[in-house]
Write a protein of this length. Structure first.
Length: 671
C-alpha cells in the first residue's frame, strides 16, 4: 500500500510531504508492517498566505469569509504539494493530511477542541485517492488531547529497542516542542512540553518587519546573553507545571508571553533568553514526567538546525542527566526493517480518524495526468476537465521562490529546464503513443532560437510534430477554441489579448509592475500599501488596511523593506491584493476605491482593441467573486459582455498541436 502524508506544523514554515510503501511482513492476524520511504520533500507556503495563517493562529479577529478562504486556500496548497509528489512517484492508495492548525482549545488542563484548515476535498480531487483527515479532532472526540500524534509512529518504530533496554524518548522541535517517552514497563506517554521554535521565530519576525522569519543557524541567539530575571518569569508559566499528557499551541505561547516577561531586551539577548527557556522547559518537562530517564533521545524538527538551542538542551537536558545517546535527525529515516505495528496496541485515533471523500476509481490517476499535459493529437481527450488547485493572484503552477515556468527566455538554462519539465510531464502519462505535441510556454516571443532548440529536442525524443506558442496565447486558444474574442488575464500582472474576425491579434498592457499591469494583482497590492503609507503619515484617510499591513510586517515603516526583501516585488505586492479585495467587500472605502479603479483600468484595456465585444476573464483575480462582480460592471459600462472560457491553456495547446488554420497561427512555431 502506498501512502502520501501531508504535514504543516505550528510554525507554518512549509508543507512536509512523504510518500511511503507499507507491506505486511508476516501473515499473522496482527502483522508487523514494513515501511519504506519513497519520497520526502518540503514545499514553501505562499508568503502572503503564510502571514494570513500566522495572523489567524496568533489571535487576529477574522470573520467567516476569511476562515472560509483560509480553509480553501490551504487545502489547495496541500493538494498542489501532494499532486507534485505523485507526479514524481506514482499514484497512491491513501493520502493522510494533518491540516494547518489555527487554534487548539485547551481549558481546565485538557483539550476541548481544535481547528485545522486545509479542506480535504481539494486533496482528494487532485490526487484521485481517499483522504484521511481531521486527525486531531478525532483524537479529542475519543478522549485524547489531539496532540502530539507522533507516539503512534514512535511505538511502531522503536518498540523493539524499548523492549530490549531502558526507555527511549523522541523530541520534535517544531513551533511547539513535543516529547514521546516509550517504556516497556509503562504505557507510552506523549505531550507538548511548550514552545519549540515559535517564540524565537515570532520575535525575529517582528524585529525585522517580517523580512527574516527565524534565527538562521542560531546566530542571533549565540550573540546574546541570557537575562536571568526574564528567564525566571518565563519559567513560571502555569502550563509548564501541568502533568502530562497535555497539549498546547500558539494561542498559549505567543508574543504576549514574551512581552510580559522580557520587555525591553535587545533582540540578541531576547533570543538567547528564549533559547534557554525553550531548552529548560523541555528538559524540566522530561524530568518531571518520565519515571525513568531515557537511555536515548532522538530529536527531529526544524529546531535541530539551531546549534544554540541544541547546545542549551544538551547542557540542561537528559544528555547531562542520564541519556547516553542524543541524536539529531533532519527527517525520520526511511524504515527498511520490520516495525511491529500491532492494531490492538494502536490508540483510538487510528480507528476513528475521519475520511474526507470516498474512494475514487483508480482510473482517475491517468485522467489527471492527461489533464496536466496537452500532448495529444485528440484535443477532446486532452482537454482539462478540472482547473486544479492554484493560489489566488498567481498563475497556475506558480511557487514562491521559483519561476512560474521554466521560461525559454532564461539565458542560463531555459531550454534545459523546459525540456526536463516536459519530459517529466510526459513520463507521468505512462504513454508515448501520441501524434502531436502542443506547448504553451513563457518566453517564446523573446527567445525564438531557444524555441527552435526545444522543438528539435522533442522531435528527436518522440519523432512527432511539435507546436509552440506563448502561454498567454495558449490561454486565448483554449478560452475561445481558437476563434475571435478578447481574453483578459488578471493575475499578479494584467494583459489583454484580442483576436478579431479578420485574424488581427492585439495585445494591451502586460508591461510589468513598474510601467504597466494596470489593475492587476501587483497594482492592487501596491495601491493598498500606498494607501497604508499615506494614512500612516497623515496624507490620506484612515483605512482598515493599516491593521492588515501591521499584522503582516509589524512596523508600517518597514513596508518598503518588506517589498524589496524577497527580490520579487511584483509577487510581493500582489500578495496583498486579496486583502485589499476582502476589505473592499467589507465596505472599507479606501479599499473599495482601489478595487473600482482597478476594474475601470482593466475594462479600458479590454475596450482598447477594436472588432470584438466578448471578453473571457481568466487569472487568479477572476476567482474572487466580489472583484469579478465589480469588473463585470466596469466591462458592461464599456459595452463589453463576458463569457466563460471553453477551456484553459492546456486545451489551447492541444488545439494548436493539430489545427494550423487558426487566426493565431502566425504566432505558432512548428517543427
Amino acid at each position: 500500500m502506498r501512502i502520501l502524508s501531508l504535514q504543516s506544523g505550528t510554525s507554518a514554515d512549509g508543507i512536509d510531504v512523504a510518500v511511503v510503501d507499507i507491506e505486511q511482513a508476516d501473515g499473522s492476524q496482527t502483522p508487523a508492517l514494513r515501511l519504506t520511504t519513497v519520497l520526502t520533500t518540503s514545499v514553501d507556503w505562499d508568503e502572503h498566505l503564510r502571514h494570513r495563517i500566522l495572523a489567524a493562529a496568533g489571535g487576529a479577529a477574522i470573520g467567516a469569509q476569511e476562515l472560509c478562504e483560509l480553509d480553501a486556500l490551504t487545502g489547495q496548497a496541500f493538494a498542489a504539494a501532494a499532486e507534485a509528489a505523485i507526479r514524481e512517484t506514482t499514484a497512491v492508495d491513501l493520502v493522510v493530511s494533518h491540516g494547518q492548525t489555527l487554534h487548539h482549545w485547551v481549558d481546565a488542563g485538557g483539550a476541548r477542541g481544535t481547528l485545522q484548515t486545509g479542506e480535504a476535498s481539494w486533496i482528494a480531487e487532485a490526487c484521485c485517492a481517499p483522504v484521511l483527515s481531521n486527525l486531531r479532532a478525532a483524537d479529542i472526540a475519543a478522549g485524547g488531547d489531539g496532540a502530539p500524534l507522533m507516539g503512534i509512529f514512535d511505538r511502531a518504530w522503536l518498540g523493539e529497542s524499548v523492549r530490549a533496554g531502558r526507555p527511549v524518548a523522541t523530541l520534535n522541535l517544531g513551533g511547539i516542542a513535543n516529547l514521546s517517552v516509550l517504556d516497556a514497563e509503562r504505557p507510552d506517554l506523549a505531550w507538548d512540553t511548550g514552545p519549540g521554535n515559535a517564540l524565537i521565530d515570532a520575535v525575529v519576525a517582528r524585529a525585522t518587519g517580517g523580512a527574516v522569519g527565524y534565527d538562521d543557524g542560531g546566530r542571533i541567539g549565540a550573540a546574546g546573553r541570557v537575562d536571568e530575571g526574564a528567564l525566571r518569569a518565563l519559567l513560571e508559566h502555569p502550563y509548564l507545571g501541568l502533568a502530562a499528557p497535555k497539549s498546547t499551541g500558539r494561542e498559549t505561547f505567543g508574543l504576549p508571553v514574551v512581552d510580559r516577561a522580557a520587555e525591553g531586551l535587545e533582540l540578541a539577548d531576547l533570543v538567547a533568553t528564549l533559547v534557554r527557556f525553550t531548552a529548560r522547559s523541555i528538559a524540566d518537562g522530561l524530568r518531571a514526567n518520565a519515571s525513568t530517564l531515557p537511555s536515548r533521545l532522538i530529536a527531529s524538527g526544524g529546531g535541530v538546525h539551531n546549534p544554540a538551542l541544541m547546545g542549551d538542551f544538551g547542557r540542561a537536558g537528559p544528555a547531562a542527566r542520564g541519556a547516553r545517546d542524543v541524536r539529531r535527525l533532519r527527517r525520520r529515516p526511511g524504515l527498511q526493517g520490520v516495525a511491529p505495528l500491532r492494531p490492538a496496541r494502536l490508540p483510538h485515533l487510528a480507528r476513528r480518524a475521519v475520511r474526507a471523500s470516498g474512494d475514487r476509481d483508480r482510473r482517475c490517476a491517468p485522467r489527471r495526468a492527461a489533464d496536466l499535459w496537452a500532448a495529444s493529437g485528440h484535443p477532446a481527450e486532452a482537454a482539462p476537465r478540472h482547473p486544479g488547485p492554484h493560489r489566488l493572484g498567481e498563475p497556475r503552477g506558480a511557487r514562491r521562490g521559483r519561476p512560474m515556468t521554466a521560461g525559454l527566455a532564461d539565458e542560463g538554462n531555459g531550454v534545459e529546464l523546459s525540456h526536463r519539465s516536459i519530459l517529466r510531464a510526459i513520463a507521468g502519462l505512462g504513454r508515448t503513443d501520441f501524434d502531436n505535441i502542443g506547448i504553451g510556454a513563457a518566453g517564446v516571443a523573446a527567445a525564438p532560437a531557444a524555441t527552435h532548440e526545444l522543438i528539435a529536442l522533442l522531435r528527436a525524443d518522440f519523432g512527432v510534430p511539435v507546436a509552440v506558442l506563448t502561454d498567454a496565447l495558449a490561454a486565448h486558444a483554449g478560452a475561445f477554441a481558437g476563434g475571435p474574442g478578447t481574453v483578459l488575464i488578471a493575475g499578479t500582472g494584467a494583459v489583454v489579448f484580442a483576436i478579431d474576425a479578420a485574424g488581427t491579434i492585439s495585445q494591451v498592457d502586460g508591461a510589468g509592475t513598474w510601467l504597466g499591469d494596470e489593475g492587476g494583482g501587483s497594482w492592487i497590492g501596491q495601491a493598498g500599501l500606498r494607501a497604508v503609507m499615506r494614512a500612516a503619515d497623515g496624507r490620506g484617510p484612515r483605512t482598515a488596511l493599516s491593521g492588515d499591513a501591521a499584522a503582516l510586517v509589524g512596523d508600517i515603516a518597514t513596508l518598503p523593506r518588506w517589498v524589496s526583501a524577497t527580490g520579487a516585488p511584483a509577487r510581493t505586492l500582489g500578495s496583498f491584493a486579496p486583502t485589499v479585495i476582502a476589505r473592499a467587500a467589507l465596505g472599507d472605502e479606501v479599499a473599495l476605491g482601489i478595487v473600482d479603479e482597478a476594474s475601470r483600468l482593466l475594462a479600458l484595456a479590454c475596450a482598447a482593441p477594436r472588432g470584438t465585444t466578448t471578453v473571457c476573464i481568466t487569472g487568479g483575480l477572476s476567482s474572487q467573486p466580489f472583484f469579478r462582480s465589480r469588473l463585470e460592471a466596469a466591462l458592461e459600462s464599456e459595452g463589453l459582455g463576458t463569457v466563460p472560457p471553453l477551456g484553459d491553456a492546456l486545451a489551447g495547446a492541444a488545439l494548436i498541436a493539430v489545427d494550423e488554420s487558426l487566426p493565431l497561427e502566425m504566432r505558432v512555431t512548428r517543427g
